[in-house]
Design a protein around this ligand. Structure first.
Ligand SMILES: Cc1cc2nc3c(=O)[nH]c(=O)nc-3n(C[C@H](O)[C@H](O)[C@H](O)COP(=O)(O)OP(=O)(O)OC[C@H]3O[C@@H](n4cnc5c(N)ncnc54)[C@H](O)[C@@H]3O)c2cc1C
Length: 524
């Protein structure tokens, strides 16, 4: 009997009394439909015992195991031709401590469901990125961040987690227990084990009073300082590269009555479809993109510099955004004080500014910008996870992309894929953008569509990467959690016995335009 047939028999008639279901022909795609894959088997375990069992079976069958949350990572990080595991059914709230506001939850819970549960208890998440669709384990595994100098990565609120390792053993990890594993697992890239439970530090529910103003970008650059970025608890900017304007959104906690921002006829589906179609037309006539930027963001935020909007809303509502259409995203962390230089160099390059222009900063980007018109906005966000104490160091993920010695600026270069079609400028724009980011000491956001490879990452992380790899090799020597993405970005050395490889089958497009990734299809 083949190994897979033996596994099927065990699934049909469990010899250990642990039922486990697997699905075939499941199509897994990223949120943006940029990548998809068809795993050999797809599991949604409902208990930790089932997670342990599927790992046992995977060993028996010599298969790689990939875990996915909501599939919101824009790269092929969660794509596999082997076995895919999703923890959507491992999503219970296990315990709430009313005094400390600590909650113990199963790791597959989505942030939006965690938020709903916390709300019922008068609690809230301290910090969020732009969306709350992700799973708790997924969010911590790639270093998701929001925008605030008073906060670091979202994972800084994870006090402890339980992880099932390749051999099926369960380890409890925190700053004081299994510390190296804790620091590796806090940004695991799915390559350490399967996180099944986390302890999250919640806080009392709060409202945010926010204002949003659109202005010329040179005013942002001239007021740029640590004080500017910390004037309120949350602050984020959308930079409009061709029209050289910026939308500055900032928010502080408030106990005043809530109210929503004014809504115009253009907001909602009208504006959504107009922008979408203009982006599509921009594929054929890229020169119109600066005009599209002027029109769309003028309609949305105001044509006149200084136009302001405001509201007071529950934090969960205020912090979230509609990320619109399918997109590629390339986001990098650089030191905060490099911000004006980064944006001015990019602007001078993109807009072909001449040295006598008041906004000029020599781009020093060794690629031509001829014919390059890009999509707005470029997201400009901040975090601060520079550890202030030795205790804080003990909780810092080895692979935290933010700066360890000061505040961080995250720049996210978005390129939309209107109607799932790729923008032709992507390779050239991203090559130039990454060149600039690396020139400024940057490191890529792990989840996004970056080009940098293992050699570059080794330079950026040094000893921290060595320690992450050491932990990884110890807990998963056969590479059951390792695939082509890890090999391209973080691993070196011999191919591991269970590692999934790139394979010989060419990548193809499926009908949504996603790159259907076919790695080494399992053979008996
Ligand atoms: C529309 C959109 C908006 C976004 N906004 C932001 C933002 O504001 N800020 C930001 O920083 N990022 C943002 N992201 C990126 C996103 O937060 C990350 O990609 C996040 O990892 C996605 O979580 P997920 O649950 O979808 O995990 P997946 O993408 O499914 O998986 C991510 C990684 O986590 C691993 N993993 C998942 N579950 C487990 C588990 N139980 N145990 C071990 N490993 C596991 C996977 O193997 C994989 O390596 C955004 C992405 C999208 C598509």
């Amino acid at each position: 009997m083949s190994r897979l047939a033996a596994v099927q028999q065990e699934l049909d008639n469990p010899s250990d009394g642990i039922p486990l279901k697997a699905t075939k022909n499941h199509i897994h795609a990223t949120w943006a439909h940029t990548f998809s894959s068809v795993p050999e088997l797809y599991f949604q375990p409902e208990s930790v015992a089932q997670v342990q069992k599927l790992l046992r079976l995977a060993h028996q069958c010599r298969r790689r195991v990939v875990v996915t949350g909501s599939g919101h990572s824009p790269s092929h990080l969660t794509c596999t031709s082997h076995w895919l595991v999703n923890l959507d059914k491992l999503c219970a709230i296990l315990e709430t401590d009313e005094k400390t506001h600590q909650v113990r939850v199963e790791a597959g819970i989505r942030l939006r469901d965690l938020g709903d549960e916390l709300e019922k208890r008068g609690l809230d998440m301290r910090n969020l990125g732009s969306i709350n669709e992700q799973s708790v384990a997924g969010v911590i595994s790639t270093g998701t961040h929001g925008s605030s100098l008073r906060h670091g990565l979202v994972s800084e609120n994870i006090l402890a987690f339980k992880i099932v390792l390749a051999d099926g053993s369960i380890k409890e990890c925190s700053a004081t227990s299994n510390n190296e594993l804790y620091r590796a697992g806090l940004l695991s890239l799915g390559a350490i084990g399967i996180i099944v439970e986390v302890t999250y530090q919640a806080i009392e529910a709060f409202n945010l009073s926010w204002t949003q103003v659109i202005d010329a970008d040179h005013r942002l650059f001239s007021s740029w300082s640590r004080e500017f970025w910390s004037q309120k608890e949350f602050i984020r900017v959308w930079w409009l590269p061709h029209t050289r304007r910026a939308v500055i959104w900032s928010a502080d906690r408030s106990t005043e009555p809530t109210y929503n921002p004014p809504v115009s006829y253009y907001d909602g589906s009208l504006g959504y479809h107009i922008y979408h179609n203009l982006l599509y037309v921009g594929h054929f006539f890229p020169r119109i993109l600066p005009w599209v930027e002027w029109f769309v963001f003028g309609m949305q935020y105001g044509f006149k510099n200084g136009t302001t909007n405001s509201a007071i809303q529950p934090s969960r509502k205020a912090l979230l955004l509609n990320c619109l259409y399918s997109q590629y995203v390339n986001e990098w962390a650089i030191p905060l004080d490099k911000g004006p230089e980064a944006l001015r160099r990019l602007s001078s390059w993109l807009n072909h500014l001449k040295p006598d222009h008041p906004d000029y900063w020599e781009p020093k980007i060794p690629f031509s910008a001829d014919g390059i018109y890009v999509h707005a906005p470029l997201e400009v966000r901040v975090t601060n996870s520079a550890p202030a104490t030795p205790e804080a160091f003990a909780s810092r993920p080895f692979l935290d992309s933010s700066m360890s010695d000061g505040p961080t600026l995250y720049l996210n270069a978005t390129l939309y894929r209107p109607y799932h079609t790729n923008p032709a400028v992507m390779p050239r724009y991203y090559e130039a953008f990454e060149w600039l980011m690396r020139d400024l000491g940057g490191r890529p956001h792990w989840a996004k569509n970056f080009l940098a490879d293992t050699a570059a990452i080794e330079e950026m992380y040094g000893e921290d990467l060595v320690r992450w790899r050491k932990v990884r090799d110890e807990v998963d020597p056969e590479g059951i959690f390792v695939g082509p993405w890890h090999r391209e970005k973080v691993l070196r050395g011999p191919i591991l016995p269970l590692e999934e490889r790139r394979g010989e089958v060419a990548e193809t497009k499926d009908r949504t335009g996603a790159t259907r990734v076919v790695f080494d299809v399992p053979k008996e």
